[in-house]
Design a protein around this ligand. Sequence first.
Ligand SMILES: *Cc1c(COP(=O)(O)O)cnc(C)c1O
Length: 495
Amino acid sequence: MKFTSTRSILSIESSTAITKGIADDGGLFVPTSFPKLDADLVGKLIHMDYQARAKAVLSLFLTDFTPDELDYCVKGAYTGTFENDVPAPLVEVAPRMNLLELWHGPTCAFKDMALQLLPYLLTVSAAKTAPGRTMIILVATSGDTGKAALDGFADVENTRIIVFYPQDGVSSMQKRQMTTQRGANVAVAGIEGNFDDAQTGVKSIFADPAMKEYLASRNMEFSSANSINFGRLVPQIVYYVSAWCDLLKSGRLAPGETFNITVPTGNFGNILAAVYAKYMGVPVNKFICASNRNNILTDFIRTGTYDRNRPFFTTSSPSMDILISSNLERLLFHLYGNNPAPIRDLMAQLKANGKYTVSPDVLAALQSDFVGYCCDDQATADTISALFREHHYLCDTHTAVAVNAYRQYLAENADNRPCVIASTASPYKFAASVLPAVFDGALPANEFEMLDKLSEVSATKIPAPLAALKNAEILHPAAIERTAMRDFIRDFLNK
Ligand SMILES: *Cc1c(COP(=O)(O)O)cnc(C)c1O
C-alpha cells in the first residue's frame, strides 16, 4: 500500500505519511488504492472483538508495519482506556436508528478513538523513518483535540506534547480537563488571545527555521496530532467496519443489504473515514452530512460551490464551528479520479477567493453518495428533548445535530434502511446545553452541580473521567503572552 499527496504524485510508505503529517506541497496524504474486504474476511471479522477488527483493518493500510507492531499499537490504545473495553458500542435507540457511541474513552469525545492510537502509530513510524528521534507534538486547540491529544501522548516514550489553548476561548470544563493533565512529557499553557492567535502562533513555530535547527540539535522533530494526519484517519475507518459487522452479527442487516450513515461534521475527518470504509466494500447507501448553523458543507453538497465568505457562528455544538473542512480535499482528490491537478487549482482558488466550484461530473458523483442537512441551536435542543422523551436516550449537542439531519432526510425520503449515526460526545461534556433541554427547573450555576442534576434527571451515570475532575489538582496554571510561546517551548524542552 502506497501513499501520495493530494497535490502531486508521490509513492511513500504509511510510516512516512504518518511521521510527516502533511506533504511538503501542502497537500494531504491519501492511499493510492483501497484494500477490499472480501466475503471470507468479513465472515471472520464478524466474530472478532474490536481490537482484532482494528488489527485486521489497519494491516490492510499500514503494510509497512509488522503484525507484532500492530498488535503492540492496538493493545496499547484500546486496553483499559475505554469503558468495559468496548470502544464503539452500537446502540439501537429506535427501529433502524443505531447510535454508534464513540465517546466511552478517557476524554468523553470521539477524538479519543484516534488519539489513543495515534501516539503508538507515530512512535512506531518515527522509529522506522528516524530512529532515536524524539517527536515534539505541538497543538493549538479550541478544546476537545487538546485534551484528547494530551491524554493519548501522556508518558508515551520518545514524545513530548505541548498544548496551547486560548485563555478565554474554551469552556471551563475543557480548561479543567487540560490543566489537570498528568504525565512527565506534557506541557500546557493558556495564551492571551483567541483560537486563531493560538493557531497562528503554532503555525509560525512549525515553519520557523531557528526552531527547527534548535530541535535538530537535540535529535528532536515537530509533528502534528491534528486531523489531517492519516494516522488519525485510519483508526476511524475501523469503527465503521466494526459497526457494519455488528449490524450483520445482530441480524439488523442481512448480507447484501445496504444502510445509511449520518455524521455530525466539522473538519470532515469522521465522515471521510466512513467513505473510506465504503471504498473498502462496506455497503453504504447514503452519507448524511449533518451541520450546525455553520452550514458550508450543506450548501456545498447541494450546489457544488464551496464558499467560505460568510459569517461565522458560535453554536451549542462548538466542535463543528468551522468554515474550512480540511479533509474535504481528500474526498475531492478521489472524486477527481486521484488526479492532483484539479485539486491544486481548487485549493489555490480557495486560498485566493475563499471559494471554488467543482465540475458537473464531480457534483453528480458527490450527490450520488451524499446528502446534506443542517439545523440551528433551537432545533438541536428540541431534538435532545424529543429523543429523551420518545426513547429515553440522552445525547449531546453534536449528536443531536446528526439525529435532526437524519430525521429531515427521512421526512423527504421513503427509506427504511437501517442507519448508523455517529454519536460523538458524551452529553455530560456539554451539560450546560443538554440539561436545559431535558429539565425545566432552575439551572445550577456550578458545572459539577449541573452534572449531578443531569445524572438525576436522566438516571444515567456521570462518566468517571469527568467526575474525577472535581478534585483534580491543577498542574498547568501557565498563562502566557502570545509572544512568549517560543520561550515556553524551549524552557520545557531544556528540562
Ligand atoms: C471534532 C468533533 C466533531 C467533528 O468531527 P470532524 O471529524 O472534524 O468532522 C463532531 N463532534 C464532536 C463532539 C467533535 O469533538
